[in-house]
Design a protein around this ligand. Structure first.
Ligand code: ADP
Ligand code: MG
Length: 579
């Protein structure tokens, strides 16, 4: 199991006990804990660490920019419930990875950012070292926990702490600082092996209190118009069968937050996604399962939620989440698996389903909304509009439900979220809690690497720009990823004009008729230029069949799209200048 460093051993001569070093202790500690995939950008002082990792049989994927290695690690954590590892160089590389670490923490994804760092003695006296920075201090506010290891004999315990911090309780990002000198430190190989720690039960079950379960069931029993909201915490928990059983046994209509789509198939009889406005407004009782009442749910109050007071039941592993925005009548603190099975036990066989006038009204509204939308999704306009293009992709996902959909953009995100149905758990990966742009290629790469499934990455042209260079990474590892760039020539739209009449184009506008497909060809992948839903459909079908790295440049009408997609209301308004 344990590997020994060859160089120090040779220096010592044959009769001496074998030695190991910091590099190999890090590798052995990770492998002992079943961590075998690393997302990294090589450089000083971690280039050799990546090389040795690969030599020791780990999968080490090198990116072109740390932010994307970080987003890959973060979503790997979400998909696997093990911390995704991002490995970076010091100062600038560390800072590039830090956005992803903060994103992982915000989204409750387990991730460890491991960064090499410069010599403590010089950093702490601010004497101007190569890439000098007090990384530990800078990381702290952006993660669940931050640690630095100074001695080789502490590597085992340091990595154990990082793993446990990332996955236990509410998952999140952890920073681990490895000074260059640590990696070269030498110690006796046998003592080194003994110093390693295999983390036992890293994310222990957290049982809800029996009274809390009873209280929650009481609130649900009294409800006349109940609603369940599934969030990505529920998807993360990987207790898919029990969640389905809970929804079906309760008979309560549900909606799914974007990454919880597919936990139950989007064509489920109790799914109220297409009646979202109605159920938020009209429900009298809402049970949140691994979803927070943050901005994505208008904080649980205001116009969207109607005028009648509502009772909330909330399942969450984080006690501080309760009453975060509105009063929670029945907090159920514990891990989702334990909470859901306790509720199921309590419901028993003769649980009374909600009144039919409520469930019927929800289904009627849903069906009429779906019917209204249907013809728009069948148009074959050229250039495409969002509905025509996404209608084509919706049909492809329905035929290929194992495909993982990665999605970012403004209009591209908002329309795809509601148009493309998802049929299996954890098949939709998007911008998450922050609505961050730039997750695209990193998440697509990790999704392909961690699951072996085909990945369809639906990107606004602006969103794609943040991580576009990583298509070289996709080609280099020959990953089965099809990127579709919804190219409307700009941010939100391609039609804005410079209000001053000057020579520069408007701030939101890109090069006209950009050929993103040619970027893919430059790296040996397949590039397709598609101007109609039929062409788009053909190209994506072919890409999913072949598994070849593909980029489809989907030409969208530059007039299609609205300011900031569906969240234009979050823009402040100026009283001085009017748009
Ligand atoms: P969404 O964006 O889908 O609404 P959020 O990220 O807002 O999802 O909410 C996820 C919630 O799930 C967080 O409050 C987190 O604490 C919780 N959570 C994550 N994993 C678990 C788990 N295994 N058990 C219980 N709650 C969890
Ligand atoms: Mg655009």
């Amino acid at each position: 199991m344990s590997s020994t460093a060859t160089e120090p051993k040779e220096e010592q001569g044959a009769e001496d006990a074998p030695l190991t070093d910091g590099f190999h202790l890090v590798i052995d500690a990770l492998k002992l804990n079943d961590i075998n995939t690393i997302y990294n950008v090589p450089g000083i002082p971690i280039t050799d660490l990546g090389r040795f990792m690969q030599a020791e049989g780990m999968r080490v994927l090198s990116f072109r920019h740390e932010q994307h290695a970080g987003y890959a690690a973060a979503i790997a954590g979400y998909l696997t419930k093990k911390p995704g590892i991002c490995l970076t160089v010091s100062a600038p590389g560390f800072l590039n990875g830090l956005t992803a670490l903060a994103h992982a923490t915000t989204n409750c994804y387990p991730m460890i950012l491991i960064s090499g760092s410069s010599e403590r003695e010089i950093v702490d006296l601010m004497q101007g070292d190569y890439e000098e920075m007090d990384q530990l201090a800078i990381a702290k506010p952006h993660c669940k926990a931050a640690y630095r290891i100074l001695h080789a004999e502490d590597i085992g315990i340091g990595i154990a702490r990082a793993i446990r911090a990332a996955v236990s309780g509410r998952p999140g990002g952890v920073y681990l600082d490895l000074p260059a000198a640590l990696l070269g430190q030498v110690m006796d190989a046998a003592a080194g092996e003994k110093s390693l720690v295999k983390v036992i039960d890293p994310a222990p079950a957290q049982l809800p209190a029996p009274e809390a379960v009873k209280r929650a069931l009481g609130v649900l029993k009294d409800a006349k118009r109940p609603l369940i909201i599934l969030g990505k915490g529920a998807a993360y928990a990987q207790v898919d069968d029990d969640i389905r059983k809970l929804v079906e046994t309760s008979g309560i209509p549900y909606i799914a937050m974007s990454m919880a789509k597919g936990l139950l198939p989007d064509d489920h009889d109790l799914y109220a996604g297409a009646a979202r406005s109605l159920v938020l407004k009209e429900s009298d009782t809402v049970m949140l399962v691994g979803a927070r009442l943050n901005w994505l749910l208008s904080h649980g109050k205001g116009k969207q939620w109607g005028t009648e007071p509502k009772k909330f039941v909330q399942i969450d592993i984080e006690p501080k989440e309760m009453d975060s925005n509105v009063e929670v009548a029945a907090p159920l603190v514990g891990d989702i698996g334990s909470c859901v099975s306790a509720l199921l036990d309590g419901m028993g066989k003769d649980w009374k389903k909600p009144p039919a006038d409520w469930t019927d009204a929800v289904k009627a509204k849903r069906d009429s909304n779906v019917e209204k939308m249907a013809p728009r999704l069948l148009n074959n306009n050229s250039p495409m509009d969002f509905h025509g293009a996404l209608g084509a992709l919706k049909r492809i996902i329905a035929d290929n439900p194992d495909t993982i959909l990665v999605n970012e953009g403004a209009n591209t995100l908002d329309f795809a979220r509601s148009i493309i149905d998802i049929f299996k758990p954890r098949k939709r990966l998007d911008v998450g809690t922050w609505g961050v742009m730039g997750i695209g290629m990193g998440q697509a790469i990790a999704a392909a690497v961690e699951t072996g499934e085909r990945v369809l990455c639906v990107e606004g042209d602006s969103a794609f720009g943040f991580s576009g260079m990583e298509i070289e990474t996709i080609c280099r590892y020959n990953l089965p990823i099809c990127v579709v760039v919804f190219n409307n020539g700009g941010i939100y739209r391609g039609t804005d004009v410079n209000p001053s009449g000057g020579d520069d184009v408007a701030t939101t506008v890109f090069v006209k008729d950009a050929r993103y497909d040619k970027m893919m060809e430059a790296f040996g992948g397949v590039g397709v230029y598609a101007t109609s839903p039929d062409e788009l459909s053909q190209a994506v079908t072919e890409a999913l069949k072949s598994g070849k790295p593909t980029l489809v440049n989907a030409v969208i009408d530059e007039k299609a799209g609205t300011e900031s997609g569906r969240i234009g209301n979050l823009n402040p308004q100026s009283v001085v200048s009017k748009k």
